[in-house]
Design a protein around this ligand. Structure first.
Ligand code: GDP
Length: 195
């Protein structure tokens, strides 16, 4: 589906460090522990590839992965670390704002939401940022295997209600389980289909 190598490219801490904007990219955002690394591993088929983003010191970086020759997958730092120092949080928010509003080749953001928890206040914050940067974002529900099918509809209703308030939200929600593989092919196809 992605012709060419899938690899970790680099971690970026400053706008000057971004790779040349010579191909389409998508970014992934989500609260820490939402299952972002697991999802990136599942998407790329490379177990452990996203571990780099979770090691201390890398968590405040924007991590670039190549999806073949034509696309980048961008792993944004997990947010919602309650005990991160304010200066660190502010620095990363500045970088994030600049990245989201200045990256011409960014086609879509995927905002990850845990199936058990739904959209939280910190998720609303990132959605507002995406609205103001006019970056279309799509909600990806993670850990679907942890919620019984009968209980999913209530969460999806909460998520749909939250999304309705955001002009940049893409209406279709993707339900995934990195553990079971649900939704992974769908998400790959969405990324491959972006132009
Ligand atoms: P990150 O902090 O967002 O990168 O989250 P991780 O990918 O490290 O996942 C956090 C925890 O959730 C880990 O214990 C994972 O094993 C678990 N997890 C992630 N995805 C799934 C999933 O689809 N199903 C289940 N049952 N657990 C998951």
């Amino acid at each position: 589906l992605f012709a060419g190598p899938v690899d970790f490219v680099k971690g970026v801490v400053h706008m000057d460090g971004l790779p040349d904007a010579d191909r389409i990219e998508v970014c992934f955002a989500g609260r820490s522990n939402v299952g972002k690394s697991s999802l990136i591993n599942a998407l790329t088929g490379r177990k452990g590839i996203a571990r780099a983003s979770n090691t201390p010191g890398r968590t405040q970086e924007i991590n670039y992965f190549s999806l073949g020759e034509e696309r980048y997958l961008v792993d944004l730092p997990g947010y919602g670390y309650a005990n991160a120092p304010l200066a660190v949080v502010e620095k990363w928010q500045r970088l994030l704002k600049r990245y989201l509003s200045g990256r011409q080749t960014l086609r879509r953001a995927f905002v990850l939401v845990d199936c058990r928890h739904g959209v939280k206040a910190v998720d609303e914050e990132i959605m507002k940022l995406l609205d103001s940067a006019a970056v279309t974002f799509q909600c990806v529900m993670t850990k679907a295997d942890k919620v019984k099918e009968d209980d999913r509809e209530a969460i999806l209703t909460q998520v749909r209600t939250a999304l309705a308030k955001h002009p940049a939200a893409f209406p279709e929600i993707v339900l995934t389980s990195s553990e079971k593989g649900d939704g992974i092919a769908t998400l790959r196809a969405i990324i491959a289909g972006l132009e």
